[in-house]
Ligand binder design. Structure first.
Ligand code: ATP
Ligand code: MG
Length: 164
């Protein structure tokens, strides 16, 4: 995807954008999808992650992993199957049928990566993983292949997202 600038006017729109973006990125990826979210406290990184989870069909509530560093949420099967009674005419392939797992990281409070470096490398090698990272500065080179989304606060409710 080329560089893009997207504006949202509300928390709801931010979530909707997350749900749409993850579908676009999933279609483009070859390996694990790694998204690095960059923005100040309260910019909307966790809110966007909530939308990403929704786009993956995850019903479980997404809470900020600040005190836990890593939370994972398996994608549930599609909420609405094309037809419950008739078999599909074409082989069905949707992201949620690939056993996707959302991994939400927040390194805000972490001083030393330790064994988490190996854990991340393993997760990044598996195409079924969608890895969303907040405050990933500590990761250095580990995020060199990540897609970066910068979020800037324009007003109380408006945000701008810069996709690189
Ligand atoms: N357009 C918007 N998009 C996202 N959040 C918004 C928007 N408008 C208002 N908000 C509010 O901004 C806050 C964003 O909080 P959020 O936890 O998503 O930020 P964060 O970037 O994850 O912060 P932190 O660095 O502390 O983890 C929420 O309180 C949310 O209600
Ligand atoms: Mg957050």
């Amino acid at each position: 995807m080329e560089k893009r600038r997207l504006e949202v006017d509300s928390e709801q729109e931010m979530e909707r954008l997350g749900a749409e973006l993850v579908q676009v990125f999933l279609a483009e990826r070859n390996e694990a999808l790694v998204l690095q979210l960059v923005g100040d406290l309260g910019a909307g990184k966790t809110t966007l992650t909530r939308g990403i989870a929704r786009g993956l069909g995850i019903a479980e509530p997404i809470t900020s992993p600040t005190f836990q560093v890593h939370k994972e949420y398996p994608a549930s099967p599609p909420a609405t199957a094309p037809s419950a009674t008739e078999p599909p005419l074409m082989p069905q392939k949707s992201p949620t049928q690939e056993n996707l797992i959302l991994h939400h990281f927040d390194f805000y409070r972490l001083q030393d990566l330790g064994v988490m470096k190996n854990e991340l490398e393993e997760l990044m090698a598996d195409k079924n993983n969608v890895i969303v990272i907040e405050w990933g500065g500590i990761l250095g080179d580990l995020t060199k292949n990540a897609k970066t989304i910068k979020i800037e606060k324009l007003t109380d409710e408006k945000r701008v997202l810069l996709l690189e």
